[in-house]
Design a protein around this ligand. Structure first.
Ligand SMILES: Nc1nc2c(ncn2[C@@H]2O[C@H](COP(=O)(O)OP(=O)(O)OP(=O)(O)O)[C@@H](O)[C@H]2O)c(=O)[nH]1
Ligand SMILES: O=C([O-])CC(=O)C(=O)O
Length: 621
């Protein structure tokens, strides 16, 4: 669409003068305006006055409801259309020129055909609506690791949410200057309004398309107003398109939280951790250690952009400015810092509403309050067994409001990463924590992550699926090449400066289906072990799958954990792992020759180690 259309379409009458001299940007906005035919065009400056005006419009339309401003100043509530509640992976496409470049884990469509389809879908799609031009910066302003984008959207909800989630408006436009490079991202609800037609609170379309063109680094999103489908700076740009930029430019764009950990001696470690959607990134990023003297602070909760510095260390920035977190399960007991963050200036979507103008979700309090309205706008019926909040109900809150935010969270240089964690939801097999033997073994671990599905996407909840590096839905190119890129990033480097790699699993269950590990703040016990491993202080035992803590090396003081449960958490059952290992080739074979030989060699070495062991290898001393 973009490349084939000339940039000579006349400016729509009424278009306000663009607050930029960037000729390419102005031409692109004119072109999209001509295609989508909105009633009005608004260039976002990111000011408070602008935010208030958009909110007033959304309140009038019923998209937003004002929460009790005495209790939650600056907080608003939206309930989505029930057909628009999560990312739509089946409608997400990587339209590379060569199908093989998208790889077997992405949906692919021919880019020419897709452009024709989008031409049709976007023609007049914004009729009756305002087109918002949303310039944004991913990463701290002024950082060499940061990058710019401009989202065009016909959703005021998206425009203000982008204001929370990114550095949006004038500062981003200033950074772009007259000639800067930006990723163009076009979003529409796919719900044009005929003259005089009344709007609905949450317009969207049954037909949804989330499309990426890797070669031209463009994003086109049609039909959804929700989360990662519509806030295009997040998954679409900061992961899918950025992963391509990172491959080409020699850095890493990852689905990782970033955490600062300070031990009782005052020594600091920075940890990045990749867990699939709704598997605990936000919670770990805001963790309150239960171990005395340990301190955890937040740098980011979802995405990390990382580059090697001249000193050989890997530096990470959080490209986002807000948290788009899962509400259900968040409570004072599990994540006090998140609740403090949500006290003001937050947009809640698909939670339940209390009778006195506040939000509620399952897990917030033990007992649901009386008089709840569920996310579908109906009186909540406790007896129905249906949750009052949608399981993927979310909050969008400014990161700077988090009481645990680290002072350096916006440091343009980023923070040097000491440890990388991979993880997922695994009821069985996978120990509480395992250290990789080296970088290559760590890449092997990352490539074989499997996790039980959650409500964050439309796949089946609870079903086990491979989610390498927690990037399955977010890698913008062939994952075989992505694994090779990870291997290459560690090659020829001083191993003592490379982050150490670990695999964690907070989700082991006993025979009754109950979590064995208390999780949340008690995950600090695992972080302590990791920190002490890096300092050469904690013991580990070599097992076939990696190094696991000796029972004595994990700080379990004050924890009521039975010996049987501890064994469940730390034992490596060779029989179970032989079955696990036997599942890997079918997954690897999907990538054909794009799967690096080094990973096949890692698999062969794992099988060999497992053959050499007795049935059960106990990590206890
Ligand atoms: N049992 C247990 N549950 C956890 C733990 N950490 C997080 N959870 C639950 O997992 C769910 C998702 O947690 P989040 O921290 O929001 O997950 P996320 O990875 O940030 O999710 P996305 O925003 O989708 O990327 C919530 O219901 C949490 O209560 C833990 O240590 N143990
Ligand atoms: O992108 C979204 O809609 C929400 C999110 O963070 C995820 O799914 O990981």
């Amino acid at each position: 669409m973009l490349r084939r259309s000339p940039l000579s379409i006349p400016v729509t009458p009424g278009l306000r003068p663009a607050p930029t001299n960037h000729a390419g940007l102005i031409a692109w906005v004119e072109q999209i305006t001509a295609l989508t035919k909105p009633d009005r065009v608004h260039w976002c400056d990111g000011s408070d006055a602008e935010k208030q005006a958009i909110i007033a419009d959304l309140l009038a339309k019923g998209t937003l409801k004002e929460l009790d401003q005495a209790k939650r100043p600056g907080c608003y509530y939206a309930a989505s259309d029930p057909r628009d509640v999560a990312r739509v992976e089946s409608r997400t496409f990587i339209c590379s020129e060569d199908e093989a470049d998208a790889g077997p884990t992405n949906n692919w469509a021919d880019p020419i055909e897709m452009r024709d389809r989008l031409d049709g879908l976007f023609d007049g799609c914004m009729a009756g609506r305002t087109l918002y031009v949303v310039p944004f910066c991913m990463g701290p302003l002024g950082s060499e690791i940061s990058a710019l984008g401009v989202e065009i959207t016909d959703s005021g909800y998206v425009a203000i949410s982008m204001g929370v989630m990114t550095r949006m408006g004038k500062p981003a436009l200033d950074q772009l200057g007259d000639k800067g490079v930006f990723v163009p991202a076009v979003h529409t609800l796919g719900a044009p309004l005929a003259k005089g037609q009344a709007d609905v609170p949450w317009p969207c379309n049954d037909d949804k398309w989330i499309v990426h063109f890797p070669e031209t680094r463009e994003i086109w999103s049609y039909g959804s107003g929700y989360g990662g489908n519509a806030l295009l700076g997040k998954k679409c740009y900061a992961l899918r398109i950025a992963s391509i930029m990172a491959r080409d430019e020699g850095w890493l764009a990852e689905h990782m939280l970033i955490l600062k950990l300070t031990d009782p001696r005052g020594s600091v470690k920075y940890v990045a951790a990749a867990f699939p959607s709704a598997c605990g990134k936000t919670n770990l990023a805001m963790l309150q250690p239960t171990l005395p003297g340990w301190k955890a602070e937040t740098i980011g909760d979802d995405i990390a952009w990382m580059r090697f510095g001249d000193d050989g260390r890997l530096y990470a920035v959080n490209p986002e400015a807000g948290f788009f977190g899962v509400a259900p399960g968040t409570s004072r007991a599990t994540n006090h810092n998140a609740l403090e963050t949500l006290a003001s200036n937050t947009i809640f979507t698909n939670t339940a509403l209390t009778h006195d103008g506040d939000v509620w979700w399952e897990g917030l309090t033990k007992q649901a309050p009386e008089g709840l309205t569920n996310w579908k706008g109906q009186p909540h019926d406790h007896a129905s067994g249906e949750p009052a909040a949608h399981p993927n109900a979310r909050f969008a809150a400014p990161a700077g409001q988090c009481p645990a935010i680290a002072a350096e969270w916006e440091d343009p240089r980023g923070v040097p990463i000491d440890a990388i964690l991979f993880g997922g939801r695994r009821a069985s097999a996978v120990p509480l924590v395992t250290e990789a033997f080296d970088w290559e073994h760590g890449v092997f671990m990352g490539s074989t992550v499997a996790s039980e599905g959650t409500a964050a996407a439309e796949n089946k909840v609870g079903e086990l699926r491979r989610d390498p590096f927690a990037m399955l839905p977010f890698c913008g190119y062939n994952m075989g090449d992505y694994f090779a890129h990870w291997l290459k990033m560690g090659q020829g480097r001083d191993a003592s400066k490379l982050p150490r790699i670990f695999f964690v699993n907070w989700f082991r269950k006993d025979q009754d289906g109950k979590f064995v590990w208390p999780g949340f703040g008690d995950n600090s016990r695992v972080l302590k072990w990791i920190s002490e491993r890096i300092d050469g202080e904690a013991d580990a035992v070599d097992t076939a799958v990696g190094r696991v803590p000796t029972q004595g090396s994990l700080d379990l003081s004050g924890l009521d954990l039975s010996q049987a449960h501890l064994s469940t958490l730390l034992d490596v059952d060779a029989e179970v792992w032989r079955e696990e290992a036997a599942l890997i080739p079918a997954f690897y074979e999907k990538f054909g020759d794009r799967l690096p030989q080094a990973l096949w060699a890692q698999h062969a070495a794992l099988v060999e180690r497992l053959e050499a062991r007795d049935k059960t290898v106990i990590a206890a001393e």
